[in-house]
Design a protein around this ligand. Structure first.
Ligand SMILES: Nc1ncnc2c1ncn2[C@@H]1O[C@H](COP(=O)(O)OP(=O)(O)OP(=O)(O)O)[C@@H](O)[C@H]1O
Length: 282
């Protein structure tokens, strides 16, 4: 994963952030997306997406391959030109200067590259870029935030390593650390469990839920619908570049909807005290 961008006037400090960095209990901000459209090389990729991303909650963005999940996330951070409007709390995101936007929204992209030889700590410190003066060096506070972010993502032991030598799962944690060091109000994750073993997947998904207590709004593109059922408070279903359903996962991710959207045979079963989706080829 890579990250991109959030000015967090009331963002809680990460665990371990120095006293001076504390900014009090945060008020979370949500996103209201209206009529978002993206055209790439003459092809309509997003076709008027309307979606709410509730504040201080985990929202799962689900949908088949090619439905537009990554495109939506990239458009939200301003990495792609898009039509429509996006409001972050009471502010028009599209009118926000890029640097301000980068202090408020962070994106960890799917399978981001990273062959460049650079220490892990330096990669994580990149997350501080929108917070420091344009030509300023990293301060002691930046360093403390980066180290706290590494700890939170379970990547402290990687801090002295060369990023280029890390495994896919290790890189994933470093990219997550970089996004956390950005101290965003909205953290967007594109397939955050890619490359991670089962325990690490549960760690990262658990972390997304913990972040709610810090006033962070999470929007995560997920392929595993059972992860969405278990970890998300809200789900937005994309199909063919449109949002076709949204709401609490247990209500939205019915066997019927999943069968139709993914073209599989899906049903819900109860196991171990929870509802699970079971899928077979159509
Ligand atoms: N530059 C481009 N020109 C034309 N089509 C593009 C371009 N970039 C992406 N697309 C298409 O846009 C569609 C949506 O892609 P996107 O990566 O947003 O889907 P996704 O839902 O994230 O898919 P996946 O689950 O496979 O990651 C795909 O059909 C893709 O091929």
């Amino acid at each position: 994963m890579t990250e991109t961008e959030i000015d967090s006037p009331a963002l809680a400090p990460l665990a371990g952030e120095p006293e001076g960095g504390a900014r009090g209990r945060p008020t979370a901000a949500g996103l209201t997306i209206t009529g978002m459209s993206v055209e790439l090389d003459g092809a309509v990729i997003l076709d008027g997406v309307d979606a709410e991303v509730p504040p201080g909650a985990v929202t799962a963005l689900v949908g088949p391959n090619g439905s537009g999940k990554s495109t939506l996330l990239r458009a939200l951070v301003g990495a792609l030109p898009a039509g429509g409007s996006v409001w972050l709390g009471g502010e028009d995101l599209r009118r926000m200067p890029r640097r301000s936007r980068a202090r408020r929204l962070a994106l960890v992209e799917q399978d981001a590259g990273g062959e460049v030889s650079r220490s892990v700590l330096d990669v994580v410190l990149l997350g501080r870029t929108p917070h420091r003066p344009r030509w300023g060096a990293d301060s002691a506070s930046d360093l403390a935030v980066a180290q706290a972010a590494l700890a939170r993502a379970g990547a402290t032991e990687l801090s002295g390593r060369d990023f280029a030598t890390l495994s896919g799962g290790e890189r994933q944690r470093v990219h997550l650390s970089r996004a956390l060091a950005q101290q965003p109000e909205v953290l967007m994750l594109d397939e955050p469990t890619n490359h991670l073993d089962v325990a690490a997947q549960l760690d990262v998904l658990g972390l997304t839920r913990d972040l709610r207590g810090d006033g962070v709004t999470v929007l995560a593109a997920l392929h595993d619908l059972n992860h969405a059922m278990r970890y998300a408070d809200h789900v937005v279903v994309l199909a063919d570049g449109r949002a076709v359903a949204a709401g609490p996962p247990a209500e939205v991710l019915t066997g019927e909807l999943v069968s139709e959207v993914y073209r599989v045979r899906a049903s819900r079963v109860s196991a171990g005290g929870r509802d699970l989706l079971v899928m077979d080829p159509a």
